[in-house]
Design a protein around this ligand. Sequence first.
Ligand SMILES: C[S@@+](CC[C@H](N)C(=O)[O-])C[C@H]1O[C@@H](n2cnc3c(N)ncnc32)[C@H](O)[C@@H]1O
Length: 274
Amino acid sequence: MIADSVPPGVNPDVPTPARLYDYFLGGTNHYEVDRQLGKRIKDLVPEVSDSAWANRAFHQRAAVWLARERGVDQFIDIGAGLPTQGNTHELVRSVVPDARVVYVDNDPMVLAHAGALLADVPGVEIVMADLRDPQALLSDPVLTAQIDMSRPVGFLMTGVLYFVADEADPWGLVATYARALAPGSYLVLSHLTSDNKPPRSVQTGEEVYARATENIHFRTRADFERFFDGLELVPPYPGADAGVSYVGVWGAEDPAAADTDDSRWLYCGVARRP
Ligand SMILES: C[S@@+](CC[C@H](N)C(=O)[O-])C[C@H]1O[C@@H](n2cnc3c(N)ncnc32)[C@H](O)[C@@H]1O
């Protein structure tokens, strides 16, 4: 199905990461061009929808874990994406009913759809900002009205850092955000990798996103681990050592069963800011 309207600021002829992800997740907020290019990836990487859901499910488990196990009651969700099944505020509010959530994204399509969904939901907001400008993002008046930065925050950045080129220093950006958070805050990150993946599949992904509004940047496990410098990674599941893992196994009831090929397209980690 094609989205039936074009919100202000949206160009339906150029794919965006949010609409491609929505297509992979089986949503309806995408246009013909997103489907055409998304299908190129699907043809070569048939597991791409399962990978997207493995990432999404990690995001959901980590957010709920922060609320339930660490008592986090305020969240900043950067690169929030289009509304989908199990949005962050719905999940964390099932644990902490008055949890505050600020969604951040730089795609006007997300602003339009999340804005409509959240219009009558007090304590949950959407902010249009680019994560590559932390000063502007963190000083946005809508965000500062909801989030008390002197208290712990659940800072979610899943499936988004691979849209930031090395030249924009994603490691420096994450460090800047971590410094801005109160001790006891948690960072939740996930990231695409090309480790052990077929080069042709990786190349097709790069080619498709080269025609979208953002390029895609695969990173190695070592590069991903660097995002957590100075932070305290938690174990991905009981009995595991603290560290990063594939998205499927984090918080999984049966990590061995959850360690599937599709979930191995993305690394993830949850870390405490000391
Ligand atoms: C693949 S989706 C991930 C959605 C969600 N975080 C998840 O993991 O399920 C990536 C989202 O990041 C947003 N995004 C990409 N680059 C961004 C940037 N520089 N600043 C803010 N948002 C960005 C896209 O618009 C898109 O909605």
